[in-house]
Design a protein around this ligand. Structure first.
Ligand SMILES: Nc1nc2c(ncn2[C@@H]2O[C@H](COP(=O)(O)OP(=O)(O)OP(=O)(O)O)[C@@H](O)[C@H]2O)c(=O)[nH]1
Length: 408
């Protein structure tokens, strides 16, 4: 016998007399209490609460889990509204005995814990469906036990073709193999798993996905399966790559900046063979201030772009150009001896002035001064950069438009 309290709304008062003996027959023993909040409800309502459900000062709420609605004309709209609140509808019946019989049947059939588990499942489903990130959960045998609408859309299958199916039913074999193995590893290790993978959606679009998975446990402590959320990080990664690119690039000329040079020179020195060190040319445009003075800052900018384009047109495969300051450039030549670098420096020094820079009809032959150093793997880079700076200073001092070698 279950001891319960039945709260009823005022509109049910006329029915109470005939309902009471029927509802409290059989296994049910219940106290009847009028509940004022239920009077607000425009339809007859009964709510059945187990005494253990109520703490001292709690009141049953309209729309709480165990509300049974008795409605004369039950419209679909009303039905949806109340079932969304967790109430259960009882078919409209004028006949009190049949209504009561129906209620008794529902009450006696109802396993409260099962109902409340179903309702919390319903609540969970509503919540995960509202999340725009694909979410799924599988049991310990790798069978999908649930998913949200976003996951169903992502896979391109209706929920019923996913739930109770294995990963081999929803993904091509080569991907299913990967997912299955990842799932097995996670189940074996327990805890959480975060990894990135490129995934094609049902529309054929490839996305970069961050999988966030976690093992969940049954009440007895056994592993119950796993839950996964698929975060689309394509845009985030693209943005990060763009930011990374921008942080390494000179915006005016589009070539690498000092940061990129630092990375490149480190790599070139690590990869260098003892008999083939990299060499470095430090290039400074002569009298650049005069270009600015004559053509304005805009003309100066265009001159810098022209210089970069001209130098790049003659760069060998192992060469790369970086803008280090205003009109100062580094030209890194991988696996190039001092002699070969010197020869190349002389070549570009002579070549640049043969390509006149033309701005608003005015032609200008630009020259540059160059210092050259071989980047010996055993010497400090800072020390060698100072030496090549001095070589450049010497080239300027000797009258510009010339190449000087760093002193060993
Ligand atoms: N247009 C333009 N000018 C720049 C930029 N960065 C630096 N400059 C200019 O480059 C000029 C460099 O002048 P200086 O360092 O005096 O050298 P210089 O006139 O080239 O003379 P030398 O190097 O001694 O041959 C300055 O007028 C700077 O304003 C830039 O991004 N755009």
């Amino acid at each position: 016998m279950t001891v319960s309290t039945i709260y009823y709304s005022a509109s049910l008062s006329p029915w109470k007399a005939s309902l009471k003996p029927l509802l409290t027959s059989g296994n049910w023993s219940a106290d009847w209490q009028a509940f004022s909040a239920l009077s607000e409800v425009p339809v007859g309502a009964l709510t059945l609460m187990l005494d253990s459900d109520l703490t001292h000062d709690e009141q049953p709420l309209v729309g709480a889990r165990r509300v049974l609605m008795l409605v004369e004309h039950w419209s679909l709209e009303a039905s949806l509204k109340w079932s969304a609140l967790g109430a259960e509808a009882c078919e409209s019946q004028k006949d009190h005995e049949r209504i009561a019989g129906c209620l008794v049947f529902m009450l006696s059939q109802r396993d409260m814990s099962r109902v409340s588990a179903q309702e919390s499942d319903h609540m969970l489903q509503t919540v995960i469906d509202a999340v725009p990130i694909p979410i799924f959960f599988k049991d310990e045998l790798h069978v999908y036990r649930g998913c949200n609408q976003a996951f169903s859309q992502h896979i391109g299958l209706p929920v019923e073709k996913i739930v109770n199916h294995s990963v081999y039913d929803v993904a091509p074999k080569h991907l299913a193999d990967i997912y299955y193995e990842a799932d097995q590893n996670l189940l074996a290790s327990g805890g959480k798993q975060v990894y990135e993978a490129k995934v094609k959606s049902s529309s054929g679009e490839e996305s970069e996905i961050e999988f966030n998975k976690a093992v969940f446990y049954k009440k007895n402590g056994d592993k119950g399966g796993q839950v996964g959320a698929m975060l689309n990080i394509t845009e985030r990664n693209q943005l990060m790559r763009q930011l990374e690119r921008a942080s390494l690039t000179d915006p005016l000329t589009g070539i690498g900046n000092r940061r990129e040079f630092d990375i490149a020179v480190k790599r070139a020195r690590e990869l260098s063979l003892p008999e083939a060190s990299p060499s470095l040319l430090i290039i400074d445009i002569d009298h650049f201030k005069q270009i600015n003075d004559e053509f304005g800052h805009d003309g100066g900018d265009q001159a810098l772009q022209f210089i970069v384009k001209t130098l790049q047109s003659v760069l060998p495969n192992q060469g790369s150009l970086y803008r280090i300051g205003g009109e100062e450039f580094y030209l890194l030549l991988e696996q190039t001896s001092l002699e070969a670098a010197h020869e190349f420096a002389e070549h570009i020094r002579a070549y640049l002035p043969t390509q006149p820079f033309i701005f608003r009809g005015v032609r200008l032959n630009i020259t540059m001064s160059i210092g050259v150093v071989e980047l010996n793997a055993k010497k400090s880079l800072d020390g060698m950069l100072k030496q090549v700076d001095q070589a450049l200073y010497q080239a300027k001092h000797l009258g510009r438009n010339r190449v000087c070698l760093a002193k060993a």
